[in-house]
Structures are given as structure tokens and as C-alpha cells.
Design a protein around this ligand. Structure first.
Ligand code: ZN
Length: 253
């Protein structure tokens, strides 16, 4: 029963994240005006706003102007729902679930803005830093010392990677947004899981980029945003990081 409630609430959250993705990109207010079609500006009714189902029933087109709706809308809604259900399965209905819900929301919104516009908005980082600091100060995510270590490790490690890339290959390999994002994640996860997030993001990013090159979807030298890999790695570390570390220590002992 609670799973059903989590599924429904997270679908609605996903639909809110879609609004954030669209409006943060275009610099508009998140609360006003009410949802409307980006192409014909018609205000959307309740029937147009049911997560995933509206998109399927309307066959991916606006009811008023028949313009195609981006598949990003149902994708974000489904992805949000699945990730919150997974997190609920691991954490249960606890205070840490509430704290990490904020982080997860920021990771999802950041991922899609980074894919569409290759930027990670500072406003999202700031919201993450403030909530991360708050929840570690009251020891819900991790202790404050561990959180600050996580922040320094996340921020510092990618800063070094970025400086080295600039020095060695004279290219901006790592954006400032990526550096701030991993620092912010570190504040929520503490230093151990941040180190794991860094390693996982390099692996996932490397394998994914290789596939894009092999499938000729990208050319050598094309820009591939790194933020989504950091976000995915952070999410994996949050849910299964301690198991992965234990397993790694076990096989290497
Ligand atoms: Zn329309």
C-alpha cells in the first residue's frame, strides 16, 4: 500500500520537476503562471496534467495545437517514480528518506538541464548546499565533519582533474558546474561514498561515451555532459554504496 502511495506521489513530483527543468532553463518563475503548452500557450487542464498517462492518451501531442510534446516529460516522470521507489525500498519512510528526497530531486533536474543546455544552474547547487548542511548538522544524512570532508573531497578532486586537463590537453575537460555538483553531493554522502561516486562516475561516463562513439552517435572531440554521470553515480552510491565498498574490500582482501 505504501509503495502505491510512494509511486503516485513521486509521479506528481516528477511532473513538478518537469516544470522546474523547463522554467529554470528559460529563467521563469516556478509557481506562476499555471502550466501551459510551450508552443501555443494554452493553459493546461487537469486532464492534460496526469503524469505519463496524459502523454500516452494524447499520443504525445498538445490537445489544443497538436504540436508534439517532448518525450522528456513522461521520461522524467517515470524515472522520478522508479528512483523514489528504489530509495523508499532502501531507506523506508524515515527522516533520511526525506533529506535524500531533496538531493534526488536536484540530481534529476540537474541531469536533464545539463543534457539539454550543458549547464548546471547555481540555484540548484545553492539549494543542495543549504539543505545538505542542515541535514548533516542535525545528523540525519551523516555527521557534519564527514559531510564537510565529503564536500572538500568532491569539490577538490574534480578541481584537480579540471586543472590537470587544462594543463595537459589544454581543454576544458570538466566544467565548473560538475565540480560544484560533486561537492554538493559530498555534503550529503560523506567522504567514503563521495570517493565511490567519483570513481563510479568516471567508469559510467567512460563506458557510455565509448558506446556513443562506437554507435557513431558522437564524434571524437564532441562534447558529452558529465553532470548526468555524476548524478547517476551519486544515486547508486547513496542506495548501494556501502554494499559496494564492503564487497570490494572483501574481494581485495
Ligand atoms: Zn499547444
Amino acid at each position: 500500500m505504501t509503495y502505491l502511495a510512494v509511486a503516485i506521489i513521486s509521479l506528481l513530483l516528477g511532473s513538478f520537476y518537469n516544470v522546474c527543468i523547463h522554467r529554470i532553463q528559460s529563467g521563469k518563475s516556478i509557481v506562476y503562471p499555471p502550466s501551459h503548452c510551450p508552443s501555443c500557450n494554452h493553459t493546461l487542464g487537469p486532464l492534460d496534467l496526469v503524469p505519463v498517462f496524459s502523454y500516452m492518451i494524447l499520443l504525445g501531442k498538445c490537445r489544443y495545437c497538436r504540436e508534439r510534446i517532448s518525450p522528456r516529460y513522461p521520461i522524467v516522470e517515470l524515472l522520478t517514480s522508479i528512483s523514489y521507489i528504489l530509495m523508499y525500498k532502501t531507506l523506508g519512510l524515515t527522516w533520511s528518506f526525506a533529506a535524500y528526497s531533496v538531493l534526488l530531486g536536484i540530481l534529476i533536474i540537474t541531469t536533464f538541464i545539463d543534457i539539454e543546455q550543458q549547464i548546471i544552474p547555481n540555484i540548484l547547487i545553492v539549494i543542495g548546499l543549504v539543505t545538505g548542511l542542515f541535514f548533516s548538522a542535525i545528523s540525519i544524512t551523516t555527521g557534519i565533519a564527514d559531510a564537510l570532508l565529503g564536500f572538500c573531497l568532491g569539490f577538490g578532486s574534480l578541481l584537480i582533474v579540471a586543472l590537470l586537463a587544462k594543463l595537459l590537453i589544454r581543454k576544458e575537460g570538466m566544467g565548473g558546474g560538475d565540480i560544484k555538483l560533486l561537492g554538493m553531493i559530498g555534503l550529503f554522502l560523506g567522504w567514503k561514498l563521495t570517493l565511490l561516486t567519483l570513481i563510479l562516475s568516471i567508469y559510467i561516463g567512460g563506458i557510455f561515451s565509448l558506446f556513443l562513439l562506437l554507435l557513431k552517435l558522437k564524434k571524437k572531440g564532441d562534447y558529452i555532459p558529465f553532470g548526468p554521470f555524476i548524478s547517476l553515480a551519486g544515486f547508486i552510491s547513496l542506495l548501494w554504496g556501502n554494499n559496494i565498498i564492503q564487497w570490494y574490500l572483501w574481494i581485495s582482501s
